[in-house]
Design a binder for this molecule. Structure first.
Ligand code: FPP
Length: 245
């Protein structure tokens, strides 16, 4: 067993939910004089690494920011390379994900995806539906402000229909209308490539998450880097706005 994993287990407190902004694929490729999509391809290997690392460490939920609504503004060639990668990931990994008990859920504005990508999303969700070791949330065509606005719109419609009163519009009611309704909030947010930003990711859910930024570019991120982040998490003093005893 990895020495880091052993130390994580000795400490005991593993984050239940880890969220990751996988950044730096473009810089990884550019630094090697390769086209940007090569960085995304290399990034897919890092996705495999963290999924395996989370399974071994006992993390229950892993949420990955794979494609933002803002990413639709990238060149068409890069968008189509990313969508092809998603389809490739599903084609290659679904059987093993199902076997290892990983349940995949894809969230975001999925109506904007092309037919073959939507098919891949349906396929992986359906074939991994009974997994209970790790929930892998893939955020695709996702924007946190969009998600919150959608929840607010739903509640407004319910108030108009008379099924919800304005007094019932609470934090809890809004949380229940987010894509993450049934999940604990992330305990730990990891961002690779050194940028100190949240970039419209899980703005509501990250309220009390511990933030961990590493200069490592996403394609270079391994399970040992993941374990370093968890070890750092275990050293943090989480107070949730209160004082420590
Ligand atoms: C950010 O790097 C990364 C993305 C926009 C895409 C993330 C996608 C993957 C890791 C591959 C596929 C994933 C799955 C789950 C199948 P960037 O392009 O913004 O990098 P830069 O900031 O260096 O330009």
């Amino acid at each position: 067993m990895s020495d880091r994993l052993e130390r994580i287990r000795l400490h005991g407190a593993v984050p239940q939910h880890i969220a990751i902004i996988m950044d730096g694929n473009g810089r990884w490729a550019t630094g090697r004089a390769l086209p940007r999509p090569h960085g995304h391809l290399a990034g897919m290997q890092a996705v495999r690494e963290v999924v395996a690392g989370c399974l071994d460490a006992g993390v229950e939920v892993l949420t990955l920011f794979a494609f933002s609504t803002e990413n639709w503004q990238r060149p068409a060639s890069e968008i189509s390379a990313l969508m092809s990668l998603l389809e490739e990931y599903v084609a290659k990994e679904t059987a093993e994900l199902a076997e290892r008990g990983v349940k995949v859920r894809v969230v975001g504005e999925l109506g904007r995806l092309g037919e073959s990508s939507r098919q891949a999303v349906d396929d992986v969700s359906q074939r991994t539906g009974s997994g209970s070791n790790l929930l892998l949330n893939l955020c695709i065509s996702y924007s946190s402000r969009g998600e919150i606005a959608r929840a607010a719109r739903q509640m407004a419609e319910e108030v108009v229909a008379g099924t919800l009163t304005p007094a019932e519009v609470t934090e809890e009611a809004l949380g229940k209308r987010l894509y993450t309704a049934d999940l604990p909030d992330p305990d730990l947010l990891i961002r690779t490539s050194g940028e100190m930003r949240i970039s419209n990711f899980l703005l509501w859910q990250l309220a009390y998450a511990e933030l961990y930024v590493t200069p490592v570019l996403w394609p270079d991120f391994t399970r040992e880097h993941l374990y370093d982040a968890i070890l750092e998490f275990q050293r943090r003093d989480r107070r949730f706005g209160r004082v420590t005893a």
